[in-house]
Design a protein around this ligand. Structure first.
Ligand code: AMP
Ligand code: MG
Length: 330
C-alpha cells in the first residue's frame, strides 16, 4: 500500500510544499518564490516574511492538488539546513505544526542531499558523480562509505551567486541565470576572463570582478554573458571530469537551479561521453528548490528510521552534506 509524506522547503527564496508517495510519485509541488527588488539580492528577513505570507496558501494548494487526505500522511519532512536562518525557521514551524496536529513523525532533511536524491529518483541514476550547482551550492559529490563525499567545491561564490551578482550589476533582478543564458546565446565573441581552478576546487570571485569591469568598460552584456558562461562552466566541467576519472563511476547528474542551463548541459554531455558515462539532469521543474526534494528524501530517511521529536527539532544554517549519514544507500 502507498504511503504519503509531506515535505516543506524554505531554505532561501522558495517556500514550497509537496506530497510524494512511497513509490516516488510526486502528487503535488506547490511553491511561492520571493523576488528581491531589481539590483539587490535576497534579504533573509524580507524573504522570511514572504514565506510567512505564502505558508497557508501553499500548504492548502499542495494538499488540495495531491488528492491525498491529511489523515493519510505518514510523516512530515522539513529542510533543516543549510540555508538562511529566518527562512529555515518558517518552514520548520510549519512542519512542526502539521506533524503535531496529525500526530505523525517529523523528519529533518539536508537540503543539498534533497537535490541529489530527488535528481537520482527522477532520472533513474543510481551511483553518480553529482554536479550540484545552485544559489547555495557549487559542489562535485559522489557517494562512498555511508556518506555523500565532496570531491570539489567553490572556495568563494557559488555558481548561482556568480551569475546573479553579475546580472544584478547589469540591473537585472535575481535570479538572473536564465536572462544571462539568453543574452549569451546571442554572442560567440569570447572575452578573456580569469579561469581559476585550484586543486579540484574552483574560485569565482576574480571572474566576477573581471566580468563587472568588462561591463563597466562598455562591453556588451551579450558578449560578457557568453564569456562568463564559457569560463565558469568550463571550470566546473573540468573538476567534474577529474572526479569522474578518479572514482571510475559511470553516471553523472547535474542538480540545482543552474542545471536548467543548456550550455552547461552540452559541455557536461561532451565530457561525460568522453568517459562513456551517462549524463542526466534533473527535469527543469524539479532542478531548483522545491518541496519534492524534501518530501522524497524525507521518505528515504523516514523508512531508514530517521525522525526527531518536535520539541528537539531545530534548524542549522550551516550543515555540510558530508556530515549526514545516509542510511538508505548501502
Ligand atoms: P536554486 O538555488 O537551486 O533554486 O537555484 C537558483 C539559481 O539557479 C539562481 O542562481 C539562478 O540564477 C540559477 N538559474 C536558474 N535558471 C538558470 C539558467 N537557465 N542558467 C543558469 N542559471 C540558472
Ligand atoms: Mg537549492
Amino acid at each position: 500500500m502507498s504511503r504519503y509524506i509531506l515535505g516543506v522547503e524554505s531554505t532561501a527564496h522558495t517556500f514550497s510544499v509537496s506530497i510524494v508517495s512511497s513509490e516516488g510519485k510526486i502528487l503535488s509541488n506547490a511553491k511561492s518564490v520571493y523576488k528581491p527588488p531589481e539590483g539587490s539580492g535576497i534579504h533573509p528577513f524580507e524573504a522570511s516574511l514572504s514565506h510567512l505570507a505564502s505558508a497557508a496558501p501553499v500548504l492548502s494548494e499542495a494538499t488540495g492538488a495531491s488528492g491525498v487526505g491529511m489523515r493519510d500522511i505518514s510523516a512530515v519532512a522539513y529542510a533543516k539546513g543549510p540555508g538562511l536562518g529566518p527562512c529555515l525557521r518558517v518552514g520548520a514551524v510549519v512542519a512542526r505544526t502539521v506533524a503535531s496536529s496529525l500526530g505523525v513523525p517529523l523528519v529533518p532533511v539536508n537540503h543539498a542531499v534533497g537535490h541529489i536524491e530527488l535528481g537520482c529518483m527522477l532520472t533513474g541514476v543510481r551511483d553518480p558523480v553529482v554536479l550540484l550547482v545552485s544559489g547555495g551550492h557549487t559542489m562535485i559529490i559522489a557517494y562512498a562509505g555511508g556518506r555523500w563525499r565532496i570531491l570539489g567545491e567553490s572556495l568563494d561564490l557559488t555558481l548561482g551567486q556568480l551569475l546573479d551578482q553579475f546580472g544584478r550589476h547589469h540591473g537585472l533582478a535575481s535570479p538572473c541565470g536564465r536572462a544571462i543564458e539568453e543574452a549569451a546565446a546571442g554572442s560567440s565573441s569570447y572575452l578573456r576572463l580569469p579561469y581559476s581552478v585550484k586543486g579540484n576546487d574552483v574560485s569565482f570571485s576574480g571572474l566576477l570582478t573581471a566580468s563587472k569591469k568588462l561591463l563597466d568598460a562598455g562591453k556588451s552584456f551579450s558578449d560578457v554573458s557568453y564569456s562568463i558562461q564559457e569560463t565558469a562552466f568550463a571550470m566546473v566541467t573540468e573538476v567534474t571530469e577529474r572526479a569522474l576519472a578518479f572514482t571510475g563511476k559511470r553516471e553523472v547528474i547535474i542538480v540545482g537551479g543552474v542545471a536548467a542551463n543548456r550550455r552547461l548541459s552540452r559541455m557536461m554531455s561532451t565530457m561525460s561521453a568522453r568517459h562513456s558515462a551517462r549524463l542526466a539532469a534533473a527535469p527543469l521543474e524539479y532542478s531548483g528548490d522545491c518541496g519534492a526534494q524534501i518530501a522524497w528524501t524525507g521518505w528515504l530517511a523516514y523508512k531508514s528510521g530517521v525522525s526527531v521529536p518536535v520539541a528537539e527539532s531545530e534548524v542549522t544554517q550551516s550543515w555540510r552534506l558530508d556530515s549526514v549519514d545516509i542510511a538508505w544507500r548501502n
